[in-house]
Write a protein that binds this ligand. Structure first.
Ligand code: SF4
Length: 232
């Protein structure tokens, strides 16, 4: 199969982004937050858990410690009690308090607005920083690559990277900058609804014509070729 030119890949992924925007662009954020600090904490808590589970604990969490100044004073054990239904709650509660303490000590209590400063915060990596910059400040410096974005990028033939960080570099190289902002939230919705991890619903995919239809792994060790089913 001939190697796809960069021009063709850019055109293909741009159209994919346009369709994602049409489908999901007007949907509100899945996480509940009202300040940049609360968004940092909500995204930090959302690792390895659902947005709904995070939204179930944040009313009490933000009710008791609404900002960096108050959470910086919190006992880690108390925070852990509030978020104990979330996976990795012990580590996350440590990160919440340590993150708040650094924001108070180093940034005057305000969430910083640069990638370099954000990724210094305990528990905050490039993915969280990208989301915070984009959603809280309207700043687009990159693309937050979570498990859904990573999987879709691989299936769409946009990356062969082994890590989300490398995949982000590949995506930034082919997606026009003005489209970066929508990728995370829109592709996540698409990944949950259609291009799902266990069984991609290619038959009902609105972007099937843009997808190279590479084999998708279904469960451990099995590989199945995607595409429309045929009857014998
Ligand atoms: S055709 Fe299938 S694998 Fe490709 S983007 Fe659509 S759902 Fe995902």
């Amino acid at each position: 199969m001939p190697r796809e030119s960069k021009k063709s890949k850019v055109a293909r992924v741009s159209e994919f982004c346009r369709r994602m925007d049409e489908l999901y662009g007007r949907e509100p954020s899945a996480l509940d937050w009202s300040t940049p600090f609360q968004l940092v904490i909500a995204v930090l808590l959302s690792a390895q858990t659902t947005d709904a589970a995070v939204n179930a604990v944040t009313p009490e969490l933000f009710g008791r410690w609404p900002d960096a100044a108050t959470m910086a004073q919190a006992e880690v054990g108390e925070v852990a009690d509030v978020i104990h239904r979330l996976g990795f709650f012990r580590t996350k509660s440590q990160h919440c308090v340590a993150c708040a303490q650094m924001i108070v000590a180093d940034y005057g209590g305000e969430v910083p607005r640069t990638m370099g400063e954000l990724v210094r915060l305990p528990g905050v990596g490039r993915k969280t920083a990208n989301i915070v910059l984009n959603k809280a400040f309207g700043i687009v410096e990159g693309i937050a690559v979570d498990t859904h974005v990573f999987r879709i990028a691989q299936r769409m033939g946009l990356t062969t990277a082994k890590t989300p960080l490398e995949a982000e570099r590949d995506l930034l190289a082919v997606i026009p900058r003005e489209l970066w902002g929508g990728v995370n939230s829109e592709w996540i919705r698409f990944g949950r609804a259609t291009c799902t991890a266990r069984q991609a619903k290619c038959d009902e995919c609105p972007c099937e014509d843009l997808c190279p239809k590479r084999p998708v792994r279904h469960g451990a060790g099995q590989t199945k070729r995607r595409g429309r089913r045929t009857t014998k």
